[in-house]
Design a protein around this ligand. Structure first.
Ligand code: ADP
Ligand code: CDP
Length: 237
């Protein structure tokens, strides 16, 4: 496999073409952004940590029968993936109230959500990823009703697998965001699963061990990501 030209540089990752039209290289950079790119910082080791974290989680999901784009690690910061036709809709499941939900609805942070909630957001930085619903997604052609149903079912299956995995490491999976795409017509999980796109709290102390440490200026961001990884069995360098 040969890495070719850069196709896209996002806020945290760069995407490269390969000699295979169906494969891409994702390069996990040290760049960290919050508030739709308003705050950017480089955090040493972050690219390596998130790349290895993501490959580990995607492997666990594959084992559970959830189709993912990950084909394998190429280096500390690079991953070979299937090239997906990305669906511009973010799927969020919440087990515990935090972040945007608390702000929007004025509910108590830390409140257990039974059953877990499911929300859709349009992936659009300029519009600050507005909340949408199935009707809007279908009408504007972002996804079909069948695709949305499949995305929702897969997002909940991910919850079953990962809630248990993190609980075994003494961690509470508070919420997370997933992005899906199409590969030969099949819905496949893309992008990344790392502490950048989810909330993880220590189950006992409720200490925040995810990107909220960066958003809230708490420090020890990458140390927290590594601690989470270590507790679930991710191998870092
Ligand atoms: P953003 O675009 O939000 O700044 P990133 O810096 O993470 O995010 O950039 C990675 C980009 O690659 C995202 O736009 C994501 O949707 C896209 N992407 C992730 N996985 C795949 C894939 N398998 N195929 C095509 N695009 C992908
Ligand atoms: O955290 P924020 O207030 O931006 O939004 P949220 O709706 O509370 O986010 C729910 C979960 O999805 C959190 O774990 C976020 O980290 C994640 N998310 C993300 O990774 N990317 C987005 N564009 C939006 C949410």
């Amino acid at each position: 496999m040969e890495k070719r030209q850069e196709l896209y540089a996002g806020k945290a990752k760069s995407v490269y073409a390969t000699d295979d039209p169906d494969r891409l290289v994702l390069h996990f950079r040290d760049d960290t952004s919050a508030f739709d790119g308003e705050r950017m910082e480089s955090l040493a080791r972050k690219g390596m940590v998130n790349n290895r974290f993501n490959a580990f989680i995607m492997g666990k999901l594959e084992e559970a029968g959830i189709p993912t784009h990950v084909e394998g690690l190429l280096s500390d910061t690079e991953c070979l993936v299937k090239k997906l036709d990305m669906i511009p809709v973010e799927c969020v499941v919440r087990n515990v109230a935090a972040g945007g939900l608390v702000k929007r609805l004025g509910v108590q942070e830390g409140q257990e959500l039974t059953p877990p909630t499911f929300e859709l957001f349009l992936k659009n930085d300029q519009l600050h990823d507005p909340m949408i619903n199935e009707s809007l997604a279908v009408t504007f052609g972002w996804a079909t009703a069948e695709q949305l149903a499949e995305m929702k079912a897969l997002t909940y299956r991910v919850n079953d697998v990962l809630k248990r995995l993190f609980a075994d490491g003494g961690l509470l999976l508070v919420d997370y965001k997933l992005e899906f795409g199409l590969f030969n017509g099949q819905i496949v999980l893309g992008d990344e699963f790392s502490p950048d796109g989810c909330r993880l709290w220590d189950a006992e102390t409720r200490e925040k061990l995810d990107k909220d440490r960066f958003r809230q200026g708490l420090g020890g961001v990458i140390e927290a990501y590594e601690e989470v990884g270590r507790r679930i069995g991710v191998e870092f360098k």
